[in-house]
Design a protein around this ligand. Structure first.
Ligand code: HEM
Length: 237
């Protein structure tokens, strides 16, 4: 019964919660669908945290999804020891990159009073849970070797069984506790998603590619605007 709660009920509940609350929030409070950027309050630490975090986590999650969706192709990729080593080391490196990024982002919110003031309780909960999730992932990658291979025979069939609505927790329940924690906590992150600024994942601003250029100018520093517009004119004409 406990195993069904962790590996079946929590995953389904989280996904239902994420979709239902996510849609409700989108239709009732669309303006809040954003990362609520704090870039104007502090930019330097944000850059050094945000860039490694996003490059690391996006590529890792793509690899997680790809290996679960196309296990046969992922197996072929592991056919040669060199490719296997490259994937293993690449995953570890990206995991460490994401971990460094999220630590910088958390420290920024702790140490910078302006960023701290705009951080809600839900933001703290989300950041702490993501830090746990990434740390567990990096720990698994470092101490349970060849995870990118055994993932195909354990996590992948479990995730596929959930998607096909015939849940099979026997693929995942015999694994070490840290892997089980990492697997279930992934769904806790999904459940937290609609209550936090994580919803910005669905607002990737692709229209920025074709919308007209905008200048954001200071209202209280006119001389800075003059400098900015002079530079801008040179650049855009
Ligand atoms: C919110 C979702 C998730 C996040 C943010 C996340 C994050 C990470 C990170 C940062 C790593 C270390 C880098 C790497 O080696 O790839 C990792 C590894 C790993 N994750 Fe996840 N993960 C998530 C969901 C899952 C799920 C649902 C499973 C299924 C059990 C899973 C299983 C694994 C395994 C087996 C590894 C080790 C891979 C290796 O050694 O190469 N992850 N994860």
């Amino acid at each position: 019964m406990t195993r069904s709660i962790y590996f079946v009920i929590i995953p389904y509940l989280s996904v239902v919660l994420a979709v239902a609350v996510g849609l409700y929030r989108y239709f009732t409070d669309r303006f809040s669908y954003s990362s609520i950027s704090s870039q104007l309050l502090e930019n330097r630490a944000l850059f050094w945290g945000s860039v490694p975090w996003h490059y690391g986590i996006v590529l890792i999650l793509l690899a997680h999804v790809f290996a679960a969706a196309f296990p046969d192709f992922w197996k072929i990729l592991h056919n040669s020891p060199l490719r296997m080593l490259t994937l293993e080391i690449g995953g570890m490196a990206l995991g460490i990159l994401a971990l460094i990024g999220i630590i910088i982002l958390i420290m920024r919110r702790i140490l910078n009073s302006k960023s701290q003031a705009v951080t809600s309780v839900m933001d703290w909960i989300l950041l702490a849970d993501l830090l746990l999730q990434i740390s567990a992932g990096v720990y698994i990658a470092l101490f349970y070797r060849w995870g990118s291979l055994w993932y195909i025979y354990t996590a992948s069939p479990w995730l596929r069984s959930l998607v096909s609505l015939v849940p099979r927790f026997d693929f995942i329940s015999p694994l070490p506790w840290i892997v089980r924690f990492h697997a279930v906590n992934a769904f806790v992150v999904i459940g937290l998603f609609p209550f936090t600024r994580l919803v910005h994942i669905f607002t990737v601003p692709i229209s920025y590619l074709w919308r007209p250029y905008q200048a954001v100018i200071w209202s209280h520093q006119p001389q800075r605007n003059d400098e900015f517009l002079k530079k801008g004119r040179k650049f855009f004409t």
